[in-house]
Design a protein around this ligand. Structure first.
Ligand SMILES: [Zn+2]
Length: 244
């Protein structure tokens, strides 16, 4: 049995005596702030309220998804978010809300890298380290995949999420700051089978040209070696160091 509490733009569902119930007012405040920021940046606002289900464990989220594969959060069209909220995992913030808000106000693009990119653009960080620091780390260590590869849904899944997620966020931030939010929204809403044609018609440049300029931009960012050490430690602790 779910308990529920409504706010201006959400209905939150949670279990009795859970961490979510204890923190519900704080969660509402954080999500409403995220919602306002996302809508302000996008210049869009969904017409329906978001339903946010705060689950006790990754296993419960997996059950709700239907494949029983433990996971921290997912969205279900048109307006539902399922996320873990317990003592150790608090899957709240921008990510899932950015998905639902963009799907409802623009569209749900068929390319995973593009969908995750917008959500990660709002997150700004991956495991507490900026998307750009991760991307520069992968570039300097010759582990940065080609954008063309990442845009292909089947090869996207060949790479670790520790690569694809922060890189998608950094690249999306580059696109938005370079070409402006309106052009970006045009791309996001109009992607069809021929992605390279869409890119050229919206931005006036090929994906390769944009990638080259993105790399030039990336190379001029300075990141402390201590941050790179944190990245290596995270990858090693999570058993991903040899997989990225
Ligand atoms: Zn996502």
């Amino acid at each position: 049995m779910w308990k529920s509490k409504g706010s201006e733009n959400y209905i939150f569902y949670y279990h009795e005596n859970s961490y979510a119930e204890k923190d519900i007012d704080k969660v509402i405040e954080i999500q409403e702030n995220c919602y306002d920021y996302i809508c302000q940046v996008m210049g869009e606002k969904p017409k329906i309220k978001l339903k946010y289900f705060l689950c006790n464990s990754p296993e419960e989220v997996g059950e709700m998804y239907g494949d029983n594969e433990p996971c921290n959060g997912f969205t279900k069209m048109p307006n539902e978010i399922y996320a873990v909220y317990n003592r150790n995992i608090k899957c709240i913030g921008y990510h899932e809300d950015a998905h639902v808000i963009s799907y409802n106000s623009l569209s749900r693009p068929p390319i995973n890298f593009i969908r995750q990119g917008l959500a990660m653009y709002f997150d700004k960080t991956w495991w507490g380290v900026s998307n750009f620091a991760w991307t520069l780390y992968f570039f300097q260590n010759r582990r940065l995949p080609k954008l063309e590869d990442l845009m292909d849904n089947s090869s996207f899944h060949k790479y670790s999420y520790a690569v694809t997620y922060p890189v998608s966020g950094a690249f999306t931030e580059y696109l938005i700051s370079t070409f402006g939010i309106e052009s970006y929204k045009k791309l996001y809403s109009n992607i069809n089978d021929d992605f390279s044609v869409c890119v050229r018609s919206v931005f006036g440049e090929s994906l390769i040209q944009i990638e080259n300029n993105f790399i030039k931009y990336l190379k001029s960012i300075s990141v402390s070696n201590s941050v790179f050490s944190i990245i290596e430690t995270e990858l090693k602790e999570k058993g991903l160091f040899d997989k990225v």
